[in-house]
Design a protein. Sequence first.
Length: 154
Amino acid sequence: MAVHFRSAVEGTVIVGALVAAESAHEETYPETVAAVALALALYVVAHTYAQFAARRLDDEESLSFAGFGRAARSEAWLLPGAGVPLLAVLICWAIGASLSAGVSAAVWTSAGMLVVLELAAGIRAGESGVDLAVETCVGALLGGFVIALRVVLH
């Protein structure tokens, strides 16, 4: 299966933003993980359906499970993109860290993942030097927005 960069980036941003909005004083680890998992599942299904419906309308095709499955495979990259910051929350939970620390770890992990994804995209595109640095800075900017969301909300 080909990597769908857009979906990996969106998954990373979604979890980073969801966790950034969490209130560690009012939530618990189980509530946080459940909320992120449910929101992510909803987002994946909504994205899959929207892509599938748009393609059906453009191509004048009828509803089919095979077509929905093709759309779901391309959107499935939301899950690994989302998995890394969610894994940070789960690790913090497992080691007994406070939920506040888990949320911070997930937010910073999400920001870091955006830098790594942009760096990987630039390297894959054959960029180097200033062009690669600029592309990496775009990832840092996106990551900065996730961190800023956490700061603004808390």
